[in-house]
Design a protein around this ligand. Structure first.
Ligand code: ZN
Length: 417
């Protein structure tokens, strides 16, 4: 049975639209990159709204914000609900925002009803989820989960050479609390899917069971620069021709592990990049993803075999470097069950889904039972000013978030989580 608490769809929508004016772009999106004046403005707004509900707001040493509503049982660690309020330079209104504002709506619903949870509920706004200004993405939650140190975060420079630590101090949102000091019972994150599956299948709720693993590689392909008119074909060592074969193989490898594997060559730099010189060097990047680490390892082995074959046949040398290796994440069975059961009890159509993108929940799942809730977004579009989700789907997502949190709260009180 679902609770008799119902979130207010109009209030949630109005809040989404209200905050989208902070950093609004002419094309209807948001440019609210992390640690900018716009980020600072939305942080002030978030603090005011949650304090108005009686929450105690704390900020940690990397600027993560925690709005805590107490529970009635001493000794239970808070259940965290959240996401991020920073955006891409040409971001949309929903990526991240829905997760924080949906959690705020849940908080408002609990407060208006005078409902007491057993455990405290804490709504979190993570710093720099997007990674657009300071790479890597998911930085605030990463420091919170112990993946990066505060010193490592502080030292990251943006394109203008400004360090994360300097920018955080400059906007005045560095708190005194050590990141990760707050112990949590569980973490739930509501998010738009950022892909086309829920919309295509006409499902309202995605029960996210995990996040696919990601491996990034950089290859430097070295051949021999020579004259395009005078060098016979059999005598060439054409780095770009070799690169083209590798691009074809990356596609073939992903297709061989269909439908869930993906493979992308997103960057190619050719030297000397002249119309009548056979390319002597190419730098290329490869992005491979799959939700199963064993399959991802097999894809990597196929990629390396392709490199050996192509470099021999094309008479080039390939120096390869792995840039990233993020293991696939499986969310906690109890949290997944809470989401699935909430969607079922509320009568929403649902399907299980693997997240193709990274989220703060990836890092959180290392330290506390975690799961995510997806709702459809129009045309699967995200990281785009035209990003769009319906009022009804946003409301359904927030309602499932609240209901799943209450289910986890009941489980906690009975000692079953
Ligand atoms: Zn996001």
């Amino acid at each position: 049975m679902p609770s008799n608490l119902r979130i207010d769809p109009e209030r949630l929508w109005a809040t989404l639209m209200e905050t989208s004016s902070i950093g609004a772009t002419p094309k209807g999106g948001i440019n609210r990159q992390t640690l900018t004046a716009e980020d600072s403005a939305v942080r002030s707004w978030f603090k005011r709204q949650t304090e108005a509900l009686g929450c105690k707001v704390t900020i940690d040493e990397v600027g993560n914000m925690f709005a805590l509503r107490p529970g009635r049982q001493a000794g239970l660690a808070p259940i965290a609900l959240g996401s991020h309020l920073d955006t891409q330079p040409t971001g949309g209104k929903f990526d991240g925002n829905l997760g924080v504002l949906g959690a705020l709506e849940a908080l408002r619903t609990l407060t208006n009803a005078g409902y007491e949870t057993n455990a405290p509920i804490v709504v979190v706004n993570w710093t720099n989820e997007e990674g657009a200004r300071f790479a890597p993405a998911m930085l605030g939650s990463g420091v919170f989960a112990g993946v990066y140190s505060r010193a490592e975060a502080d030292a990251i420079a943006d394109i203008e050479g400004v360090n994360f630590g300097v920018a955080l101090d400059a906007i005045g949102w560095r708190g005194a609390t050590r990141a990760g000091a707050m112990k949590l019972s569980a973490y739930l994150e509501l998010h738009i899917e950022q892909g086309p599956i829920l919309e295509a299948e006409d499902k309202t709720i995605g029960v996210v069971t995990g996040v696919q693993g990601v491996r990034w590689y950089e290859f430097i392909v070295s051949g021999r620069e020579s004259h395009a008119g005078t060098t016979p074909m059999p005598r060439r060592a054409d780095a770009l021709a070799a690169c083209a074969r590798l691009i074809g193989d990356v596609r073939a490898i992903a297709l061989a592990h269909a439908p869930t594997a993906v493979g992308t060559v997103g960057q190619v730099e050719v030297k000397p990049n002249s119309p009548n010189v056979i390319p002597g060097e190419v730098r290329m990047t490869i992005d491979l993803r799959h939700h199963d680490d064993a399959t991802l390892a097999a894809m990597e082995a196929e990629l390396y075999a392709s490199v050996d074959r192509v470099s021999g046949e094309e008479k080039v040398e390939v120096v390869r470097r792995k840039l990233h290796d993020l293991a696939a994440i499986k969310f906690h069975p109890d949290c997944i069950a809470a989401v699935r059961e909430a969607a079922r009890a509320l009568g929403y159509s649902q399907r299980e889904i693997i997240s193709g993108a990274g989220h703060d929940a990836v890092h959180m799942s290392r330290i506390t039972p975690s799961a995510m809730i997806f709702i459809p977004c129009k045309d699967g579009l995200s990281h785009n000013e035209a990003e769009s989700a319906s009022r009804e789907d946003c409301a359904a997502g927030a309602q499932v978030l609240l209901e799943a949190a209450l289910a986890l709260d009941a489980k906690l009180a009975s000692g079953a989580l």
